[in-house]
Design a protein around this ligand. Structure first.
Ligand code: SF4
Ligand code: SF4
Length: 290
């Protein structure tokens, strides 16, 4: 099974635009949107939801007021200041509760229950470009790394069940827990990088992460003409550190036009889309499907 994950050191670099462009070109694949905090690949791929599942992960403390004697022990013990006093009653702010369970274990009255936490939903869909696995974490919910891991497991199972050989993922932005989960089991990461000092810094962070997890990294420099000197610096770092420079894309308003029309850049004839087709071909040579 071939697993390709498109990542970036932060949001807004063009990661999803490039993922959609590759999703149009890839054959025999499952598409996976791993940006579970703020998914947007569905806007371009228009998935028809076939299955809808709840994502249950972790717990939240809830104080039973009929048992609580308002001693304040839980408020003193909670390291996250999640227990507050409102109108003379101790209550848990569910947005602050980290589900550590300390208050549950140490309440002298056993007044705190600890139900499962419903953190979001995940879906299996038929999209314009094929089978898609995606999700939406509820606002303020944690455990995005676990949800990413669940999506990848589901994508692998679905791919195996119907004989699809490639999983193409729009990874999570940043370098935190969900990105680490995104990279788990991947055979190739495609890093989308902007030519700015912060983009170069982000590139170095994702390169470190890929090196640590032994995932080869291929780089696309997006909007390279906005800062040719930085683009050169990033290209130099790729050469120095042994990462493949998959290609460079110019700044082009066609990207916005494609988005407004809800089209992938590779669906119609344009300079950026045609460059992405060349990059997809280069990627096939780098990491061939079976
Ligand atoms: S420790 Fe238990 S009894 Fe005391 S305030 Fe908290 S919930 Fe109520
Ligand atoms: S479960 Fe942990 S974080 Fe949540 S209220 Fe209790 S002590 Fe605080």
């Amino acid at each position: 099974m071939r697993e390709i994950v498109v990542i970036s050191g932060k949001g807004g670099t063009g990661k999803t635009t490039i993922s959609a462009a590759f999703a149009y070109l890839a054959e025999n694949k499952v598409i996976c949107d791993l940006d579970v905090d703020a998914p947007d690949l569905h806007i371009l791929l228009e998935p028809a939801i076939r299955e809808r599942h709840d994502f249950i992960s972790g717990h939240k403390a809830v104080i039973q007021q009929d048992v609580c004697v308002q001693c304040g022990q839980c408020a003193n013990l909670c390291a996250f200041a999640a227990v507050q006093v409102k109108e003379g009653r101790h209550v848990v702010d569910e947005l602050r509760c980290e589900g550590c369970g300390v208050c549950v274990a140490l309440c002298p009255q056993k007044a705190i229950v600890f139900p499962d936490s419903h953190c979001g939903q995940w879906y299996v869909s038929d999209s314009r470009f094929g089978l898609m696995v995606h999700a939406q974490l509820f606002p303020g919910e944690e455990n995005s790394g676990r949800l990413v891991s669940l999506l990848k497991t589901e994508a692998r199972q679905r791919a195996r069940a119907v004989g699809l050989g490639t999983i193409l993922c729009d990874g999570s932005p940043g370098v935190g827990c969900p990105v680490i989960s995104s990279l788990s089991g991947a055979g190739l990461a495609v890093g989308v990088v902007e030519p700015t000092p912060s983009g170069r810094h982000d590139f170095m962070r994702i390169a470190d992460l890929c090196r640590h997890f032994r995932v080869p990294l291929a780089v696309i420099i997006n909007k390279e003409d906005l800062n040719p000197a930085e683009a050169e610096a990033i290209a130099g770092l790729c050469a120095e550190q042994g990462h493949t420079l998959l290609g460079r894309l110019p700044f082009d308003p066609v990207v916005t036009t494609a988005m407004v029309c809800r089209k992938a850049l590779t669906e119609f004839d344009n300079v950026v889309g045609n460059s992405l087709k060349d990059m997809w071909s280069a990627l096939q040579a780098l990491y061939p499907g079976k």
